[in-house]
Write a protein that binds this ligand. Sequence first.
Ligand SMILES: Nc1nc2c(ncn2[C@@H]2O[C@H](COP(=O)(O)OP(=O)(O)OP(=O)(O)O)[C@@H](O)[C@H]2O)c(=O)[nH]1
Length: 319
Amino acid sequence: MSKKKLDGIGVKDLLDNIPIPAFIIDNDHVITHWNVSLEIASGLSSRDVVGTQDQWRPFYKSKRPTMADLIVDGVQTPDLDQFYAAKYHPSDVLQGAIMAEDFFPDIGKGGEWLSFTASPIKDANDDLIGAIETLVVITDRKKAEFELTEREKRYRELSQVDDLTQLYNSRHFYNELGTELERSRRYKQPLSLCMLDLDFFKRLNDNFGHPFGDQVLRKLGFLIKLHLRSVDSAYRYGGEEFAIIMPQVELQDAFTAVERLRLELSEVVFRTATGQVVNVSLSAGVAYAEGSDSTGSLVSKADKALYKAKRSGRNRTCY
Ligand SMILES: Nc1nc2c(ncn2[C@@H]2O[C@H](COP(=O)(O)OP(=O)(O)OP(=O)(O)O)[C@@H](O)[C@H]2O)c(=O)[nH]1
């Protein structure tokens, strides 16, 4: 008995009983159905739009095809790009249907994100007779996704950046050095690596206190950043040891750049808590990447040069 009643139910009744906004257009792009959920969402009554081609009206400022119109016209990828560049994909579930997500600035107060799917409607002979489009507001989900992406970005930055000096930390150093080494090999471009180490830093800490040592580290971090070109990257490699990766820089130029930095630091006047004036120096080692170098061998070359600078009296740069 109840089955018979359901057999007789029309498309309009069915559509009006689902909580998802939906409309149907025929092959002439004329609206045949506009359900109650879409009336509520769009503020347009079915009486006013059925029989028209106004399906674009709730979504756009001026007339343009909706996804359902493109389905009716048989528009395929990549021509869909013209209207929904990189925002659509074929439905995993329905054959011939296209799903898309987009932001509609003219809907609601500040705009809404919609997820919409348009599917072809075919008759018993498999001929296309129209298309149905359903819409879901996904603004809250999108907001949550954006917030999550931002948090992840911030977290990644925090886990890569040293708090004290605001330079990258050593974890990030090895990733980046590997990438730059690979790039220099592939494009046959020079790559230099500099290791810097403050001289007698233990003595500074012991004599003037840890906070004073921190102040020196911060200042050196600041000076390094000041001197960096946009393609260089600097790292706090260890306690008072720093590294600078210099892509596209020959050994001699890297040497000159580090020397400039060393001289600048030597001219900075630090003042201790008791007002004492202190000068600080650094030693540096510069190495140049050769075709056969790994990250390990390049770091080792730079470290050896740094050791040489320390051994031969400090406050100098060696390669
Ligand atoms: N203030 C401060 N000191 C640190 C930090 N990290 C490491 N150090 C100190 O840096 C000092 C490094 O000392 P050493 O490795 O003996 O080297 P050095 O005294 O600079 O001697 P040379 O490198 O041979 O000139 C140690 O006393 C560490 O405690 C930090 O974040 N802040």
